[in-house]
Write a new protein. Structure first.
Length: 166
């Protein structure tokens, strides 16, 4: 199984085309995906502890088996209408090169294997956006493949790092 995305958009698309696996999930009316290599697990949503002075993209923190993890609101990140956390929501526990984090999603849908002919470099569709690394086409429509390491901007990353410091 191919597991790592490269730094350049063309390499990312090439890696996806080489046969990587993605976790496909729904958020609002969109289907998005993450590289399966970045995903640890999917769990039911739980109460989030808010922290002061965090950007709106960061809902707060949760405790997962003794580790405090930030909770990212993908609706805010993707510019979708904000909704309160509901018992039907799910969390994706994932990891970036910098930290483990939690993403709020509506529902995990499937693990999808990328075929080269179904992948498009996102820079042609979303110029200047680092948050979407590729677009995948399947029989149900389009899937935005998210760049987990780029979901938060520098200011959000800084605020998060400061909030997590003892």
């Amino acid at each position: 199984m191919s597991s790592q995305w490269k730094d350049s958009p063309s390499a990312e698309v090439g890696e996806a085309a080489a046969g990587s696996y993605l976790l496909v999930f729904s958020i609002g009316d969109r289907r998005c995906a993450l590289s399966l290599a970045e995903v640890e697990r999917v769990v039911r949503a739980a109460a989030v502890t808010p922290l002061p002075h965090l950007p709106e993209t960061i809902l707060g923190m949760i405790d997962i088996q003794g580790e405090v993890l930030p909770v990212i609101d993908l609706r805010v990140v993707l510019g979708l209408p904000v909704q309160p956390l509901s018992p039907g929501d799910q969390f994706i526990i994932a990891h970036t090169p910098v930290r483990r984090l939690t993403l709020v999603i509506d529902q995990a849908l499937e693990v999808h294997h990328c075929l080269p002919e179904n992948v498009t470099d996102s820079s042609h569709v979303f110029p200047g956006s680092d948050q979407v690394k590729a677009i995948l086409r399947d029989e149900q429509g389009l899937i935005q493949v998210l760049n987990l390491a780029q979901l938060l901007n520098q200011a959000e990353e800084k605020a998060l790092t400061q909030a997590l410091e003892p």
